[in-house]
Design a protein around this ligand. Sequence first.
Ligand code: GLU
Length: 421
Amino acid sequence: MSRSETTRLDPYAMSCRQLDDAAAHLDIEPGLLERLRFTEREVTVNFPVKMDDGSLKMFTGYRVQHNDVRGPFKGGLRYHPDTDLNEVRALAMWMTWKAAVVNIPYGGAKGGVQCDPKKMSRAEVEKLTRRFTWGIASIIGPERDIPAPDVNTGPQEMAWIMDTYSMLMGQTTPGVVTGKPLELGGSLGRFEATGRGVVISAGRAARHLGLELKGMTVAIQGSGNVGGVAARYFEKAGATVVAMSDSGGGVYNPKGVSSAKALACKDQYSCLLGREVSAEEISNQELLELEVDLLAPCAMEGVLTQANAGKVKARLVVEGANGPTTPEADAILEDKGVLVVPDILANAGGVTVSYFEWVQNLQNLLWSEDQISLRLEEIMGKAMDEVLAIAQEKKVSLRTAAMILGVGRVAQATRLRGIYP
Ligand code: GLU
């Protein structure tokens, strides 16, 4: 297998390569760099779920804890048929850098269960969630490792995790997960946070290029918690969303697609294209190559590759998803002069408001939506300014600059703590 195929198919190889690229600009001791490449703990659980038809089905789930030098492990939990250990490893590593880039006191972790929740009933998903939580209960906790939503999980799954963990502990423990429903200690603004952060960072990046979001055309891959929310905020900022998609395909109208109508259609018929939506059908592949000002991949990793990066026409790529661009695609986009706002910066709004939720839970506080908004803008803005400054000073891409900032902070924290014993 060629190197490009390796990195495209193996997100962990991809994340290690990004780490090496950043390390080349940092004075990191070889042993320390080696440590950062490794995850700290990897738990695989195989567990049974009684399905609605009475049959027993086995599932496999993972929780990978990459690094907790700067604070408790933190990161989402995804339900997807293609999830595997190497994917979760990479996602855990990206969480470590992400928390460090926005400078919140967390380490990085990620979880995944190999399943297709779209083909399961709500009762089956609940049983799966509760049994998986039981399986990882000894390694999570408000001071240890705090899961959150990711692909195909949301407030309801977080509520089930919180309930299961609380029952096991014998006390209600809201701080064990973030992204909960508001009624159970969730935070105002958490649901919107990732999509909102994507638009905040897109606005800053546009300004850096002497442009503004107002009047820009935008194509968004994905229409879930990240893409769907980002669409709304792009429209609010005066941009025109010309294309959106979900796992089944996309919709395109050069004059603009109403995201509210497309999302309402998806809610009702599980498909973005309905009678009320005036748009043509396109594939997810075509969406990436559209003639637009801004492209926001907000779904899965590895979608911009050596094969299609050359065909990207957008001037700005803002990564709402984790790991959507392979290192080979990164190099092509950089040569073409496309500015890529990397995942660990662009989608950090989610974990930032997760942090606000956790702080409120631990201290029994309730912050207003304005307090959340203001703090999110402040943290994202500061991280963006710091990354742009490093990129200019070292003449590197925003991804490498963000990695220099994130990896540098983790490395320095490790030096200060020293190695036990
Ligand atoms: N899954 C989200 C991410 O990839 C959120 C993680 C969190 O809030 O802990 O950043």
